[in-house]
Design a protein. Structure first.
Length: 302
């Protein structure tokens, strides 16, 4: 009965999102402002699937780690790609939050001496105003919830500092931030240690959004915080990819609320997350591999 209810909830959630914001097709073209970036991504990820599965992450001259795949370009909503040392952001100027944040979490990156207590949240000058500010979160009753966690970036002072920029942050329920979402972040670090590295993408979900011709609009039900009207997510998604001789992937959808949310109840396939978000997460994977690993999910095999 519990599994049946879970499937029913996911179905209703997906239908609600699909009626508001049409998913991207797998073969959608890139917009001009992201073409150059994704050409570079293809070059960075030109290594073969088998080789990539066995090789460590490739560190660029700027200290960033290049060997991870980014979602396909978004053409139904605003998207500005932000390069960070430890992660990449697709920023949405309408919601003032990320569309998604992606990173390659290695075993070594789960350790480090850099402590988050010495860093403070700050607005991101690399995106145009109006943008999220500290005042927007003040007395909002929402946490400044990291998408790429500070705990995944203890290996570098710059990487740690960049996780506190508000372009990597969403308004998040305190109970979720400190409990279930934190548990999932810890689990991802455990997987990185077990498998040497994993690729992660996460971000907000907005049930009330409508997307038309690259524009995003909110219904009267959408919640905001602050003078700059930062959008409050209805939920959050996370997908995790393990590359190896037997690649696998798993997805999660967590409601932006307090109270108990079991990982097993929030688990779903990557296909489910793609239908809900309209994001194609692994466009460079071979089709047969992508179709196989995205269709099913089970914590038993992780």
């Amino acid at each position: 009965m519990k599994q049946l209810m879970k499937k029913l909830i996911l179905f209703v959630f997906a239908v609600t999102l699909l009626t508001a914001c049409n998913p991207q097709s797998k073969n959608r073209p890139a917009e001009e402002d992201v073409e150059e970036f994704y050409d570079q991504q293809a070059s960075n990820n030109a290594v073969g699937e088998t080789e990539a599965a066995e090789a460590p992450a490739a560190q660029g001259k700027d200290g960033s780690f290049k060997m991870y795949e980014l979602p396909a370009p978004l053409t139904d909503r605003p998207e500005q790609i932000l390069h960070r040392q430890g992660f990449t952001i697709s920023y949405n100027k309408t919601t003032k939050t990320p569309n998604w944040v992606a990173w390659h979490l290695t075993k070594n990156h789960t350790y480090g001496r850099i402590q988050r207590e010495t860093y403070a949240f700050d607005e991101d000058p690399s995106v145009a105003a109006p943008r999220a500010t500290l005042d927007d979160y003040y007395n909002s009753r929402y946490d400044r919830g990291h998408m790429c966690p500070a705990g995944d970036n203890k290996w570098s002072e710059e990487a740690m500092s960049q996780t506190f920029l508000l372009t990597n942050i969403c308004p998040q329920n305190h109970g979720l931030n400190k409990n279930a979402w934190n548990d999932l972040e810890i689990q991802c670090r455990d997987w990185a240690r077990e498998y040497n590295f994993v690729d992660i993408v996460c971000g907000p979900v907005y049930r009330t959004a409508t997307c038309t011709n690259g524009k995003m609009q909110a219904s009267s039900l959408q919640r905001f915080i602050g003078r700059n009207k930062v959008w409050v997510p209805d939920a959050f998604f996370k997908v995790v990819l393990c590359r190896g001789r037997a690649p696998k992937a798993i997805g999660f959808i967590y409601e932006n609320r307090g109270g108990q949310q079991r990982m097993s109840d929030c688990m779903c396939s990557v296909d489910d997350v793609e239908r809900i978000t309209g994001i194609d997460f692994y466009p460079l994977l071979a089709d047969d591999v992508e179709n196989r690993i995205e269709a099913h999910a089970s914590l038993r095999y992780w």
